[in-house]
Design a protein around this ligand. Structure first.
Ligand code: IMP
Length: 200
């Protein structure tokens, strides 16, 4: 089986490749194709955006495609930035800009109200008529200042209580075990394994 990862983000490609490494499948990425669409994420849910990306890559490459969409949902902000996490501080915002804006908006929010979750939705487009979804989440809290240098995105401001570290203070392996994407991918691996069993 060949499966194309429908993402342009090198951090994600690395994380997802590690998590799919045990499966008897060939994982393809944008580097394996001359043309690789980057569709606009016009959905209003994570699931809808994941489906848009997976379908676009399936249609362009002819191979089954796996896409993920992640959002940081902050309780004190009624679930924002959520599906708009990438563009929170503006259309060209860097990861640092987004973290700075979040810490600024949360400046007066007391500790017990700083709870948040990362949520990842994954869509696997097996064919035009067959798409399935899984999701995963990680519960934590927004820090008052950035901590740690690993990872990407909001990792330096997302504190994970069970390990008493931000995601940016964890190794890649530590993060993969507990992260939203790691959990969603574990569920995706089960679906892929089931598919392999059915087709063998
Ligand atoms: P995407 O739509 O899945 O690319 O994710 C949207 C935004 O969420 C990204 O631009 C990052 O800012 C953030 N994000 C996604 N995954 C993670 C993660 O694992 N850690 C920290 N931030 C993330």
């Amino acid at each position: 089986m060949q499966l194309v990862l429908a993402t342009n983000n090198p951090h994600k490609i690395e994380e997802i490749r590690a998590l799919l490494a045990a499966l008897p499948i060939t994982v393809l990425t944008r580097d394996d194709f001359l043309e690789f669409p980057d569709p606009e994420e016009t959905g209003i849910t994570l699931e809808a955006n994941a489906e848009i990306k997976a379908r676009a890559i399936l249609e362009a490459t002819g191979w089954p495609a796996l896409a993920d969409d992640t959002g940081l949902e902050v309780d004190a902000l009624d679930g924002a930035p959520g599906v708009y996490s990438a563009r929170y501080a503006g259309p060209t915002a860097s990861y640092a800009d987004n973290c700075t804006k979040l810490l600024e908006v949360m400046r007066d929010v007391p500790g017990e109200r700083r709870t948040a979750r990362f949520r990842t939705a994954i869509a696997i487009a097996w064919s035009v008529d067959e798409v399935e979804w899984v999701d995963g989440e990680a519960l934590g809290a927004i820090t008052t200042e950035p901590r740690g240098a690993s990872g990407f995105g909001y990792d330096p401001v997302f504190f994970y209580p069970p390990l008493q570290k931000t995601f940016a203070e964890m190794s890649a392996d530590e993060k993969n075990v507990v992260s939203h994407r790691g959990r969603a991918l574990a569920a995706a691996v089960e679906r892929i394994e089931r598919r392999l069993t059915l087709s063998s």
